[in-house]
Design a protein around this ligand. Structure first.
Ligand code: BDR
Ligand code: CA
Length: 310
Protein backbone atom coordinates (compact mmCIF):
# COMPACT_ATOMS: atom_id res chain seq x y z
CA UNK A 1 0.00 0.00 0.00
CA UNK A 2 1.32 3.48 -0.79
CA UNK A 3 1.94 5.59 2.31
CA UNK A 4 -0.87 7.79 3.58
CA UNK A 5 0.02 11.42 2.85
CA UNK A 6 -0.12 13.63 5.92
CA UNK A 7 0.23 17.36 6.41
CA UNK A 8 1.23 18.23 9.97
CA UNK A 9 0.12 21.56 11.46
CA UNK A 10 2.09 21.98 14.67
CA UNK A 11 3.79 24.10 17.32
CA UNK A 12 6.97 22.19 18.26
CA UNK A 13 6.92 21.71 21.17
CA UNK A 14 8.44 18.61 22.77
CA UNK A 15 5.60 16.21 21.95
CA UNK A 16 5.19 17.76 18.49
CA UNK A 17 8.86 16.94 17.87
CA UNK A 18 8.36 13.35 18.98
CA UNK A 19 5.27 13.13 16.76
CA UNK A 20 7.28 14.41 13.79
CA UNK A 21 10.00 11.80 14.38
CA UNK A 22 7.28 9.12 14.39
CA UNK A 23 5.73 10.39 11.15
CA UNK A 24 9.11 10.75 9.47
CA UNK A 25 10.27 7.27 10.42
CA UNK A 26 7.13 5.26 9.74
CA UNK A 27 6.63 3.91 6.23
CA UNK A 28 2.83 3.92 6.55
CA UNK A 29 2.77 7.72 6.25
CA UNK A 30 4.57 10.35 4.20
CA UNK A 31 4.91 13.92 5.48
CA UNK A 32 3.97 16.18 2.55
CA UNK A 33 4.43 19.40 4.49
CA UNK A 34 4.72 20.96 7.91
CA UNK A 35 2.87 24.14 8.80
CA UNK A 36 3.61 25.97 12.01
CA UNK A 37 1.58 28.04 14.42
CA UNK A 38 2.43 30.03 17.53
CA UNK A 39 1.47 27.95 20.53
CA UNK A 40 3.78 26.24 22.98
CA UNK A 41 6.30 28.96 22.13
CA UNK A 42 6.32 31.84 19.64
CA UNK A 43 5.80 31.28 15.93
CA UNK A 44 9.47 32.14 15.28
CA UNK A 45 10.54 29.36 17.62
CA UNK A 46 8.04 26.74 16.50
CA UNK A 47 9.10 27.40 12.90
CA UNK A 48 12.77 27.29 13.81
CA UNK A 49 12.22 23.99 15.62
CA UNK A 50 10.36 22.47 12.67
CA UNK A 51 13.23 23.54 10.37
CA UNK A 52 15.81 22.14 12.81
CA UNK A 53 13.98 18.80 13.00
CA UNK A 54 13.76 18.64 9.20
CA UNK A 55 17.52 18.92 8.88
CA UNK A 56 18.41 16.77 11.87
CA UNK A 57 16.16 13.96 10.62
CA UNK A 58 17.00 14.55 6.95
CA UNK A 59 13.72 15.21 5.12
CA UNK A 60 15.11 18.31 3.49
CA UNK A 61 12.66 18.47 0.56
CA UNK A 62 9.55 18.80 2.72
CA UNK A 63 8.28 22.38 2.97
CA UNK A 64 7.98 24.08 6.35
CA UNK A 65 5.46 26.92 6.10
CA UNK A 66 4.79 29.37 8.95
CA UNK A 67 1.30 30.56 9.74
CA UNK A 68 -0.35 32.48 12.54
CA UNK A 69 1.62 33.92 15.41
CA UNK A 70 -1.41 34.46 17.58
CA UNK A 71 -5.01 33.48 18.14
CA UNK A 72 -7.87 34.83 16.01
CA UNK A 73 -9.40 37.09 18.64
CA UNK A 74 -7.47 36.93 21.87
CA UNK A 75 -3.99 37.16 23.30
CA UNK A 76 -1.96 34.04 22.73
CA UNK A 77 -1.17 31.83 25.70
CA UNK A 78 2.15 29.98 25.64
CA UNK A 79 3.51 26.90 27.40
CA UNK A 80 7.23 27.68 27.69
CA UNK A 81 7.03 26.59 31.33
CA UNK A 82 6.28 23.09 30.01
CA UNK A 83 8.38 22.97 26.83
CA UNK A 84 11.26 25.28 27.82
CA UNK A 85 12.13 28.65 26.32
CA UNK A 86 13.36 27.02 23.11
CA UNK A 87 10.28 24.80 22.86
CA UNK A 88 12.36 21.63 22.78
CA UNK A 89 13.20 21.24 26.45
CA UNK A 90 16.86 20.39 27.00
CA UNK A 91 17.42 19.22 23.40
CA UNK A 92 19.96 21.25 21.46
CA UNK A 93 19.59 20.70 17.73
CA UNK A 94 21.99 22.45 15.30
CA UNK A 95 20.80 25.77 13.85
CA UNK A 96 18.98 24.99 10.60
CA UNK A 97 20.35 26.32 7.33
CA UNK A 98 17.29 25.82 5.10
CA UNK A 99 14.75 28.62 5.23
CA UNK A 100 11.03 28.28 5.75
CA UNK A 101 8.90 28.47 2.61
CA UNK A 102 7.27 31.72 1.52
CA UNK A 103 3.55 32.15 1.93
CA UNK A 104 1.10 31.50 4.74
CA UNK A 105 0.29 28.14 6.28
CA UNK A 106 -3.43 28.58 5.62
CA UNK A 107 -2.84 28.85 1.86
CA UNK A 108 -0.46 25.91 1.95
CA UNK A 109 -3.08 23.83 3.78
CA UNK A 110 -5.66 24.69 1.10
CA UNK A 111 -3.37 23.83 -1.81
CA UNK A 112 -2.09 20.64 -0.20
CA UNK A 113 -5.58 19.34 0.60
CA UNK A 114 -6.99 20.23 -2.85
CA UNK A 115 -6.10 16.90 -4.59
CA UNK A 116 -8.25 15.04 -2.07
CA UNK A 117 -5.84 12.41 -0.79
CA UNK A 118 -4.11 14.16 2.12
CA UNK A 119 -4.85 13.74 5.83
CA UNK A 120 -4.42 16.85 7.97
CA UNK A 121 -2.95 16.13 11.40
CA UNK A 122 -3.26 19.25 13.57
CA UNK A 123 -1.33 19.09 16.84
CA UNK A 124 -1.22 22.75 17.84
CA UNK A 125 -3.76 25.54 18.34
CA UNK A 126 -6.24 25.42 15.45
CA UNK A 127 -5.71 28.96 14.14
CA UNK A 128 -4.18 28.00 10.77
CA UNK A 129 -6.83 25.36 10.14
CA UNK A 130 -9.64 27.78 10.96
CA UNK A 131 -8.21 30.41 8.61
CA UNK A 132 -7.87 27.82 5.86
CA UNK A 133 -11.45 26.58 6.20
CA UNK A 134 -12.81 30.13 6.29
CA UNK A 135 -10.87 31.03 3.13
CA UNK A 136 -11.69 27.80 1.27
CA UNK A 137 -14.66 25.93 2.80
CA UNK A 138 -14.27 23.10 0.27
CA UNK A 139 -11.27 21.77 2.20
CA UNK A 140 -13.77 19.95 4.46
CA UNK A 141 -14.52 17.70 1.48
CA UNK A 142 -10.97 17.62 0.15
CA UNK A 143 -9.32 16.46 3.37
CA UNK A 144 -9.08 12.69 3.50
CA UNK A 145 -9.39 13.10 7.28
CA UNK A 146 -8.70 15.73 9.91
CA UNK A 147 -7.09 14.29 13.03
CA UNK A 148 -6.40 16.66 15.90
CA UNK A 149 -4.65 16.34 19.21
CA UNK A 150 -6.80 18.50 21.37
CA UNK A 151 -9.71 18.70 23.72
CA UNK A 152 -10.92 16.43 26.45
CA UNK A 153 -14.23 15.09 27.76
CA UNK A 154 -12.93 14.69 31.29
CA UNK A 155 -10.58 17.44 32.43
CA UNK A 156 -8.19 19.96 30.97
CA UNK A 157 -4.53 20.82 31.36
CA UNK A 158 -4.32 24.54 30.48
CA UNK A 159 -7.22 25.03 32.90
CA UNK A 160 -9.33 22.53 34.84
CA UNK A 161 -11.81 22.60 31.96
CA UNK A 162 -9.73 23.17 28.83
CA UNK A 163 -6.96 21.39 26.98
CA UNK A 164 -4.10 23.66 25.82
CA UNK A 165 -4.59 23.56 22.02
CA UNK A 166 -8.27 24.46 22.33
CA UNK A 167 -7.73 26.95 25.17
CA UNK A 168 -5.09 28.75 23.08
CA UNK A 169 -7.64 29.66 20.41
CA UNK A 170 -11.21 28.64 21.29
CA UNK A 171 -12.76 30.68 18.45
CA UNK A 172 -10.56 28.88 15.91
CA UNK A 173 -11.48 25.51 17.43
CA UNK A 174 -15.18 26.42 17.29
CA UNK A 175 -14.82 27.23 13.58
CA UNK A 176 -13.02 23.95 12.91
CA UNK A 177 -15.56 21.81 14.79
CA UNK A 178 -18.43 23.65 13.10
CA UNK A 179 -17.09 23.48 9.55
CA UNK A 180 -19.00 20.43 8.34
CA UNK A 181 -16.33 17.73 8.39
CA UNK A 182 -15.92 14.99 10.95
CA UNK A 183 -13.07 15.93 13.25
CA UNK A 184 -11.18 12.98 14.68
CA UNK A 185 -10.47 14.32 18.14
CA UNK A 186 -7.73 12.55 20.05
CA UNK A 187 -7.76 14.29 23.41
CA UNK A 188 -6.21 14.15 26.84
CA UNK A 189 -8.55 11.32 27.85
CA UNK A 190 -6.52 9.09 25.55
CA UNK A 191 -3.06 10.68 25.56
CA UNK A 192 -2.80 10.81 29.34
CA UNK A 193 -3.03 7.04 29.59
CA UNK A 194 0.13 6.41 27.53
CA UNK A 195 3.02 7.53 29.70
CA UNK A 196 6.73 7.57 28.85
CA UNK A 197 7.88 5.54 31.85
CA UNK A 198 11.43 4.67 32.86
CA UNK A 199 11.34 1.53 30.70
CA UNK A 200 10.46 3.64 27.65
CA UNK A 201 13.19 6.18 28.35
CA UNK A 202 15.74 3.39 28.84
CA UNK A 203 14.93 2.16 25.33
CA UNK A 204 15.40 5.72 24.01
CA UNK A 205 18.73 5.99 25.80
CA UNK A 206 20.05 3.17 23.63
CA UNK A 207 19.20 5.04 20.42
CA UNK A 208 22.48 6.80 19.66
CA UNK A 209 22.30 10.42 18.50
CA UNK A 210 18.53 10.40 18.19
CA UNK A 211 18.20 9.34 21.81
CA UNK A 212 20.98 11.51 23.22
CA UNK A 213 20.35 14.71 21.25
CA UNK A 214 16.57 14.70 20.99
CA UNK A 215 14.39 12.00 22.58
CA UNK A 216 15.84 11.73 26.07
CA UNK A 217 16.46 15.45 26.73
CA UNK A 218 12.95 16.17 25.47
CA UNK A 219 11.15 13.52 27.52
CA UNK A 220 13.11 14.10 30.73
CA UNK A 221 12.45 17.84 30.50
CA UNK A 222 8.74 17.22 29.81
CA UNK A 223 8.01 15.41 33.04
CA UNK A 224 9.29 13.35 35.92
CA UNK A 225 10.09 9.81 34.79
CA UNK A 226 9.76 6.89 37.23
CA UNK A 227 9.18 3.18 36.85
CA UNK A 228 5.40 3.65 36.68
CA UNK A 229 4.97 7.27 35.64
CA UNK A 230 6.24 9.70 33.04
CA UNK A 231 5.01 12.44 30.74
CA UNK A 232 2.31 11.84 28.14
CA UNK A 233 3.59 12.37 24.59
CA UNK A 234 0.21 13.77 23.51
CA UNK A 235 0.85 14.74 19.89
CA UNK A 236 2.38 11.40 19.01
CA UNK A 237 -1.04 9.83 19.70
CA UNK A 238 -2.59 11.75 16.79
CA UNK A 239 0.17 10.68 14.40
CA UNK A 240 -0.06 7.11 15.71
CA UNK A 241 -3.77 7.14 14.89
CA UNK A 242 -3.02 8.31 11.34
CA UNK A 243 -0.53 5.45 11.00
CA UNK A 244 -2.76 2.78 12.52
CA UNK A 245 -6.36 3.73 13.41
CA UNK A 246 -6.85 0.40 15.20
CA UNK A 247 -4.63 1.71 18.02
CA UNK A 248 -7.32 4.08 19.32
CA UNK A 249 -11.03 3.42 19.79
CA UNK A 250 -13.17 6.34 18.65
CA UNK A 251 -16.86 7.07 19.16
CA UNK A 252 -19.14 9.47 17.27
CA UNK A 253 -20.06 12.54 19.27
CA UNK A 254 -21.22 16.11 19.03
CA UNK A 255 -18.44 18.43 20.16
CA UNK A 256 -19.07 22.07 20.96
CA UNK A 257 -16.34 24.46 22.02
CA UNK A 258 -17.04 26.85 24.86
CA UNK A 259 -15.91 30.33 23.84
CA UNK A 260 -17.62 32.45 26.50
CA UNK A 261 -17.24 30.73 29.85
CA UNK A 262 -15.49 32.60 32.62
CA UNK A 263 -14.04 29.36 33.99
CA UNK A 264 -14.63 27.07 31.02
CA UNK A 265 -13.33 28.95 27.98
CA UNK A 266 -11.77 26.44 25.58
CA UNK A 267 -13.63 23.48 27.04
CA UNK A 268 -14.75 20.82 24.56
CA UNK A 269 -18.29 19.84 25.50
CA UNK A 270 -18.60 16.28 24.20
CA UNK A 271 -22.02 14.67 23.86
CA UNK A 272 -21.84 10.96 23.10
CA UNK A 273 -25.63 10.67 23.35
CA UNK A 274 -26.08 12.52 20.03
CA UNK A 275 -29.70 13.46 20.94
CA UNK A 276 -31.15 15.19 17.86
CA UNK A 277 -27.85 16.34 16.32
CA UNK A 278 -25.62 14.62 13.79
CA UNK A 279 -22.11 13.90 15.07
CA UNK A 280 -19.35 16.31 14.03
CA UNK A 281 -16.54 14.30 15.59
CA UNK A 282 -15.06 10.91 16.26
CA UNK A 283 -13.66 11.14 19.76
CA UNK A 284 -10.85 8.92 21.02
CA UNK A 285 -11.84 6.94 24.09
CA UNK A 286 -9.12 4.31 24.58
CA UNK A 287 -5.61 3.69 23.31
CA UNK A 288 -3.85 0.34 23.20
CA UNK A 289 -0.89 1.45 25.30
CA UNK A 290 1.49 -1.51 24.69
CA UNK A 291 0.94 -1.37 20.93
CA UNK A 292 1.35 2.43 20.94
CA UNK A 293 4.76 2.21 22.60
CA UNK A 294 5.73 -0.67 20.41
CA UNK A 295 4.97 1.45 17.34
CA UNK A 296 6.87 4.47 18.67
CA UNK A 297 9.94 2.63 19.88
CA UNK A 298 10.22 0.42 16.79
CA UNK A 299 9.93 3.46 14.55
CA UNK A 300 12.35 5.53 16.64
CA UNK A 301 14.88 2.67 16.55
CA UNK A 302 14.77 2.66 12.75
CA UNK A 303 15.22 6.45 12.62
CA UNK A 304 18.10 6.17 15.06
CA UNK A 305 19.79 3.48 12.94
CA UNK A 306 19.45 5.63 9.80
CA UNK A 307 20.99 8.62 11.60
CA UNK A 308 24.00 6.57 12.71
CA UNK A 309 24.66 5.53 9.11
CA UNK A 310 24.35 9.19 8.13
C1 BDR B 1 -1.08 19.80 23.68
O1 BDR B 1 -0.65 21.06 24.19
C2 BDR B 1 0.66 21.32 23.84
O2 BDR B 1 1.37 21.85 24.92
C3 BDR B 1 1.25 20.01 23.35
O3 BDR B 1 2.21 20.23 22.35
C4 BDR B 1 0.05 19.27 22.82
O4 BDR B 1 -0.21 19.61 21.47
C5 BDR B 1 -1.43 18.90 24.85
O5 BDR B 1 -2.44 19.50 25.60
CA1 CA C 1 1.53 20.58 20.08
Amino acid sequence: MPPRKILIDCDPGIDDALAIVLAHGNAAVEIVGITTVGGNVSLDRTTRNARALREFLGFRDTPVVPGSAGALLRSRIHAAHVHGDSGLGAARLPEPALAAADGHAADFIIETLRPGDVTLVAIGPLTNVALAVRKEPRIVDWARELVILGGSYTRGNATPAAEFNIAADPEAAAIVFGAGWTVTMIGLDVSRTALATGAVVDRMRAMGRLGADLLVPCVEFYGMVTAEEGPAIHDACAVAYAIDPTLIDVQPAVVDVETHGVHTSGMTVVDFNLRDRAPNALVGTRIDVPRFWDLLLTTYASVAAALEIG
